[in-house]
Design a protein around this ligand. Sequence first.
Ligand SMILES: [Ca+2]
Ligand SMILES: [Ca+2]
Length: 484
Amino acid sequence: MTLVILHKLPCIRSLAMNSLAHCVACLLVLFWGVNVAQASDKRPNVLMLCIDDLNDWTGFLGGHPAVQTPHMDKLAGQGRVFSNAHCAVPVCSSSRISVMSGLAATTHGSYELGPSYETIAKLEEVPTLHRFFHDNGYHTITGGKVLHHGFRGRLASSIDRNLQDRSGGPRPKKPLNLPDGWSKAWDWGAFPEKDEDMFDMQIATKAASVLQEDFDRPFFMSVGFFRPHVPLHVPPKWFAMYDEESLALPNNPLTDLDDVPANFLSINKFAAAPTHAAVVETGSQRSMTQAYLASISFVDQCVGIVLEGLAKSKHADNTIVVLWSDHGFHLGEKQHWAKRTLWEESTRVPFLIAGPGIEPGTACKEAVSLVDIFPTLIELCKLPKNSRLEGISLVPQLNNPEARREQPAITSSYFGNHSIRSRDWRLIVYRDGSEELYDHRRDPDEFNNLAGQPAFQTIRNELAQYIPRSATPEVKQRSELPQQ
Ligand SMILES: [Ca+2]
Ligand SMILES: [Ca+2]
């Protein structure tokens, strides 16, 4: 139709033909330009896999003797595991805000669910990891739970492509096993029937499919899975992998809390988690432990689907894979369930990096933090330095797992409570001045609190140098506080 009109109107035709020639020329230049960009931009892609509430119960960390995580274990065997890695804050949204900003909680002020990244005054000028990669020429893709509240407001334009916002479902119409009086978030059981109905699986499948595409620039893809966050609903085949009656329960001596300051529970004020006593009294401990293990194996399958997608794509040899969980999870240790404590079960996370130039092999045992992800990726991808960042690049440890680090991993839970974790020690200092000190070489379960013993004063003082001297007051947004 267009050509007919042009034929009938010679002067317009002439003008149009000139414009057409100009457009063709432009397209050629553009095409040539893109090819040049493709040819010259050899920066690696990044695939970031974020897992929710996964503690050290993976095969490669050995946290539970029965756990089956073949896909994560395979990835661990291909890259560098950081076996002494810790979150900045042991709760979902704040931990993720630290990863995405590269800042400690004592800087941004988020210590609890509630305020989203874009509403926090201290982060107004701070680019997220996605923004930084986007503004440095990367194609940014995300799906599932990456930032707790999603990429909203001014963060939205940092994402070129959103695979799927919804995560965490589906949920049964009625709770399956929930004891009376518990938060609905804490249900568990075999549901739904099929993997493909799980939102996590849908995101994994979509991500694997997108990885088969061509991109005209390097990509930064983040994929966030919701399991093993409660409610612990996954299809029945994952429950069938674990025998409820015979599975090992955590070593949890009743006297363990006798040497612990009393205030750790008083800081844990918003948790919807049941008490350990309630879990035991309702006869739920084995069943809930089985559900957590089932959820881990399910999410491992999701990880496997994305990694299989990457392996068969043309991007396999030029993609850095980063896998991390936002914090750990208690299943009864120290009479506690879920997160928010400053103990090992709550702060320690699976964390590994694999990709071009990273020799597989020995795990790095130095204490590292999830705030180290941002500076590490910048260095690996040769992006400009970001002077705001508070983490330290892990490239020396990617090159040599024995390379030492001076800075311990600092975790904060609620305002004024901090844990300092070094290679061998953990010091916890609460807001009221009470302390715990553990020697991980002899006491990996943190049973024996050495704080206050003169023989350990020197190491206590060494660690205490790293306690934050000042801290941004907690950013509050109580009206938005969800149940869990
Ligand atoms: Ca979480
Ligand atoms: Ca103890």
